[in-house]
Design a binder for this molecule. Structure first.
Ligand code: ADP
Ligand code: MG
Length: 339
């Protein structure tokens, strides 16, 4: 029998991998924002057209890339963030898989402009469907701009699966809010169809919350803090009277990475027991600091689920931190023996 197994061409391998990383415009935005933060940017601008279906552009003033790195950044498994398998257990950056840009460039038309501060000229790269169309020097400010146009232009089936503009825009705003919350000292703007949706100056977390969710949050935030040998908790909870029927304004971050956890959500909800109706959800933005060796963030490519070594301790610490915050601010009787 003749041999029939072949390695997939890069463009096809990238397109398959893209299915894991880029489900919709918002997932591309998440990756681009995380890259900007990882590059040490202090100002990040986002421009969105047609709910991201036509354009998502992220412009940062971070460290930029050399011409060679700019080209390398689109290769799959190409990353500056980890080198050894040991590094996997001490990840402090958002990225590490080296898959995002390769995936995005496989299923969209991408224009990258970038310049590090030790170069006089920057680099422009245009790439579509993994194919480099142009690479040339260009005069640009220090930092990086990535414009992603016509997502899934070459995968009609997936383009047709995109939801209506309001739904896709909601996902975009969700991702934007998560990154903006975890970096209040970075200034962010979001423009949609040339209209300014958010303009967030660098400041404290409480100001960032008000900037994102509105003035009605002013004076409604209760600081929440607890330090234990295992995990530190820090952030804000909303007063019980501000609890809402809709879920969505609940945020957990673990080592500054947004995560979803129904289990930990329950820890907060249970601390609010008796203060809010059972069908309501309190507002919270809580940051957990934990030894990276105690967690595994490598469970899913988009990395919103993580595994804790000791989930029950984390649960208990969060519950007690929220109870104490509520008690200390006289939101509930401060003598609470159930702590
Ligand atoms: P990862 O973030 O997992 O390393 P990406 O595909 O997102 O993989 O990016 C590949 C590499 O390109 C990064 O490791 C980084 O060195 C570089 N890079 C990407 N975006 C930027 C940016 N905005 N500024 C500077 N460097 C960047
Ligand atoms: Mg990345």
């Amino acid at each position: 029998m003749t041999d029939i197994i072949q390695l997939l061409p890069d463009a096809i391998a990238n397109q398959i991998a893209a299915g894991e990383v880029v489900q919709r415009p918002a997932s591309a935005l998440k990756e681009l924002l995380e890259n900007a933060v990882d590059a040490g940017a202090t100002q990040i601008q986002v421009v969105v057209k047609d709910a991201g279906k036509q354009l998502i552009q992220v412009i940062d003033n971070g460290k930029g890339m050399s011409a060679t790195d700019a080209r390398m950044s689109f290769e799959r498994h190409a990353t500056s963030k980890i080198r050894t398998s040991q590094d996997l257990f001490a990840i402090r950056t958002f990225g590490f898989r080296g898959e995002a840009l390769a995936s995005i460039a496989a299923v969209a038309q991408v224009e990258l402009k970038t310049r590090p501060n030790d170069a006089e000229l920057g680099t422009l790269i245009q790439i579509e469907g993994s194919e480099v169309k142009k690479q040339e020097p260009v005069a640009v400010p220090v930092g990086t701009s990535v414009a992603m146009r016509n997502l899934f232009f070459n995968v009609p089936a997936r383009r047709n699966f995109l939801k209506s503009n309001p739904v896709e825009m909601r996902h975009i705003v969700d991702e934007f809010q998560r990154v903006a919350l975890s970096y209040p000292d970075v200034a962010f703007t979001l423009f949609q169809q040339d209209m300014e949706v958010f303009s967030l100056t660098s400041g404290k977390l409480s100001q960032r919350i008000v900037g994102l969710f509105g003035k009605s949050y002013q004076g409604q935030l209760v600081p929440c803090e607890e330090e234990t040998p295992h995990v530190n908790v820090k952030g804000y909870i909303g007063k019980p009277e501000n609890a809402k029927k809709t879920r969505g304004e609940q945020f957990f971050f673990v080592n500054n990475r947004f995560i979803k956890s129904t289990y930990l959500h329950h820890a907060v909800n249970s601390a609010f027991e008796g203060l809010i109706a059972s069908d309501q959800h309190p507002f919270y933005v809580l940051f957990l600091e934990i030894d990276p060796a105690q967690i595994d963030i490598n469970v899913h490519p988009t990395k919103t689920e993580i595994k804790f070594e000791d989930e029950r301790t984390v649960y208990a610490v969060i519950r007690s931190a929220v109870k104490q915050a509520l008690g200390a601010h006289h939101v509930m009787p401060s003598l609470d023996f159930s702590l």
